[in-house]
Design a binder for this molecule. Structure first.
Ligand SMILES: [Zn+2]
Length: 155
């Protein structure tokens, strides 16, 4: 299986024995990989802070104003964290190399926590403007599932 871009089109090659459901799942996965390869890598803290400003302006009317936004390497169970009282946001370095829309989602999620600390309906209403919330959540769930130890087959 492979995916590439050619003359402005995206070509995904998959075996023809797949069911429509499998095909859909694989096409999405290949497109995610392609996205990740091409993603404008946000590596530095300055870039991350600039991105946070952009997302706040675009989706939260500029109301979320973090005091500091940083990448951290010591966060292994969460993708991001936010301390609203201090206005600080931390993103796990494990997000680096993932598709840009996934990094954006986590960043926007933490920005929204500056305005709504809890995961209540008002919190999710803030994220409604971001069109890829569901897809990004699905992507991250897939990453977590892939990392779980494989179940042993019983005979
Ligand atoms: Zn949250």
């Amino acid at each position: 299986m492979s995916a590439y871009r050619e003359d402005g089109r995206t070509v995904v090659l998959i075996p023809d024995r797949m069911s429509a459901a499998e095909e859909k799942r694989w096409v999405e996965r290949m497109l995610d990989r392609l996205d990740a390869r091409e993603s404008r890598q946000i590596r530095g803290d300055d870039e991350l802070a600039a991105r946070a400003c952009e997302l706040s302006r675009k989706y939260l009317g500029g109301r979320a104003k973090p005091r500091s936004v940083r990448w951290v390497t010591n966060q292994n169970t969460r993708w991001g964290s936010c301390t609203p009282s201090e206005g600080t946001i931390r993103l796990s370095h494990r997000l680096q190399g993932m598709p840009e829309y996934v990094v954006d989602y986590v960043l926007l999620h933490e920005l929204a926590h500056l305005l709504e600390p809890d995961h209540g309906s008002r919190f999710w209403a803030l994220l409604e403007a971001y069109p890829r919330t569901e897809r990004a959540r699905g992507y991250l769930e897939g990453v977590v599932a892939a990392r779980l130890p494989a179940q042993r087959e019983s005979h």
